[in-house]
Design a protein around this ligand. Structure first.
Ligand SMILES: Cc1ncc(COP(=O)(O)O)c(C=O)c1O
Length: 481
């Protein structure tokens, strides 16, 4: 057995591997380590990222496969601190302004530990009774925020899978034949209408579903990054003229490049008029529903047939946890169908409705609802909404600073928490690479209108005006060198 302290003994016993006392003491060591890490990250004392080219960093991960124990718990803790945490992107650092990845709530990380230890497979109710009920509770809460009385759905491992799931349901409901059973060849070609700024997972879903990625008709956006209604009408007419059938319109609430929110109310009215399935990809922006101030930007979302909402973005959860929500509870069964007598006993029994696998690609899946349930229970919609309000306000202050600076160009006023801008001098991609590799800030970039824009996503509620001013000063410095 590996001893708590000192050198490994060289032999493992099964009892030692599962020893609750060992778990308790290792757990305390781990939590102490992570609490120190969290404290340092929030203070922003060091770099955001200790950049090392991957091929060089890989040299530190060439150990031979251990036949016998090579490290004791304390040595592993040291390695976790020095080799893993120190070489991670510090997501709680106030100068981490890169991707749309949550600054996770620490309590949610503890829930993930509980999810891992209890390892509820969740395929059917009996392999995760509490996990199943918690998930259904959370789905109902999210549906309530969307504006629905009754909601069904499922939690998936990420927004990409969530979009695929919703679009599978849309296809089965709207194609006009049983696509699941008979395949795509049994009917006319199907099309999806989506903004030019829709996430790539929509085209990927079309590829996976056998429509071909080209089946996604890209609808141009206006200069605020929102799907243009006239272009949507033209796209619908053009598709109808070819004899193809539209299986869904995908509106994006918080598009990936700029965070813009498509005009949901207008798109919903259009979909009603033409009897089209409306899917709202709210992976990023649906959390604005938590905010008294910003909820209105999502007006019309309740008219959607399906909504995707990522917990690991603006709900401040560790990845992955995404919700697929359906306005019509029965639609939650449309995406998948399988005979599997070792799991399912058929839809007839009421209890079968509690078997999660009917609604998801995954068979075994993680208990993802616990962390959301705990966060809503501890902080309420008011607390979580405060996080959204804070980062949206910080993004607006960043935009104001950029607009006031003559050497910067602001692409547009942010509608959520994503700010795209350029320095008027220099190559933006080079500026970004230098900035990221310096460890001063983490920032992303996006190509729009044939130009590269720097892209800041404000996820961290601890990012201050001082950090924003330092960002402008550092970019200026790199732009002039
Ligand atoms: C609008 C939108 N939809 C879907 C996704 C995919 O989500 P995930 O990364 O959770 O798979 C993203 C990711 O950034 C996104 O921005």
């Amino acid at each position: 057995m590996v001893q708590d302290q000192g050198r490994p003994s060289g032999v493992s016993t099964i009892a030692g591997m599962f020893d609750p006392r060992q778990f308790r003491s290792s757990g305390h060591t781990l939590v102490d380590l992570l609490a120190d890490y969290l404290e340092q990250s929030l203070q922003g004392s060091g770099p955001v990222l200790d950049w090392c080219p991957p091929a060089d960093a890989m040299r530190h991960w060439q150990q031979p496969l251990p036949r016998h124990p090579v490290l004791a718990v304390q040595a592993l803790a040291d390695r976790l601190r020095d080799a893993v945490l120190a070489h991670s992107l510090h997501i709680h650092h106030p100068r981490n302004l890169g991707h749309q990845v949550a600054t996770p709530l620490p309590v949610a990380a503890l829930c993930d530990l509980a999810a891992a230890l209890t390892n509820q497979a969740m395929a059917v109710y009996e392999t995760g009774p509490a996990a199943t009920l918690i998930e259904r509770q959370v789905i109902r809460w999210l549906g309530q925020l969307v504006g629905w009385q009754e909601t069904e759905g499922v939690l998936t491992s990420g927004g990409a899978q969530a979009n695929l799931t919703a679009l599978l349901a849309a296809r089965q409901r709207t194609a006009g034949w049983d696509v699941w059973q008979r395949g795509m060849a049994a009917g006319p070609p199907l099309r999806i209408l989506a903004s030019e700024h829709a996430h790539y997972s929509v085209a990927r879903a079309a590829g996976i579903m056998g429509l071909g990625a080209d089946a996604v008709v890209k609808v141009p956006a206006d200069d605020r990054g929102r799907m243009a209604m006239r272009a949507l009408t033209e796209a619908q007419r053009a598709v109808a003229a070819t004899g193809a059938r539209i299986m869904a319109v995908v509106a994006t609430a918080g598009c990936t490049p700029t965070g813009s929110i498509d005009p949901l109310q207008d798109i919903a009215a259009f979909c009603r008029e033409h009897q089209l399935w409306l899917h709202v990809d709210g992976a990023h922006g649906a959390s604005a529903l938590l905010s008294e101030r910003h909820r209105d930007a999502l007006r019309g979302i309740a008219l959607a047939d399906s909504v995707v909402w990522d917990g690991h973005k603006l709900l401040y959860m560790p990845a992955p946890v995404s919700a697929v929500l359906y306005r019509d509870p029965a639609a939650s069964y449309a995406a998948f169908a399988q005979e599997a007598s070792y799991l399912f006993q058929g839809h007839s029994s009421q209890e079968e409705a509690y078997n999660t696998s009917y609604r998801t690609l995954e068979c075994t899946k993680r208990m993802m609802g616990l962390k959301l349930w705990v966060a809503f229970s501890l902080y309420g919609t008011a607390g979580l909404g405060m996080l959204v309000d804070t980062v949206f306000a910080t993004a607006r202050r960043l935009a104001a600073k950029l607009a006031a600076a003559p050497d910067f160009e602001l692409l547009m006023e942010p509608q959520t928490n994503i700010v795209c801008f350029r320095h008027r001098n220099g190559d933006q991609a080079v500026i970004r690479k230098t900035l990221v590799e310096s460890g001063a800030f983490h920032l992303t970039q996006v190509r729009l209108h044939d130009r590269i824009w720097l892209r800041a996503t404000v996820m961290n509620p601890f990012t201050t005006d001082g950090d924003l001013e330092a960002l402008l000063a550092t970019i200026r410095h790199y732009a002039s060198h």
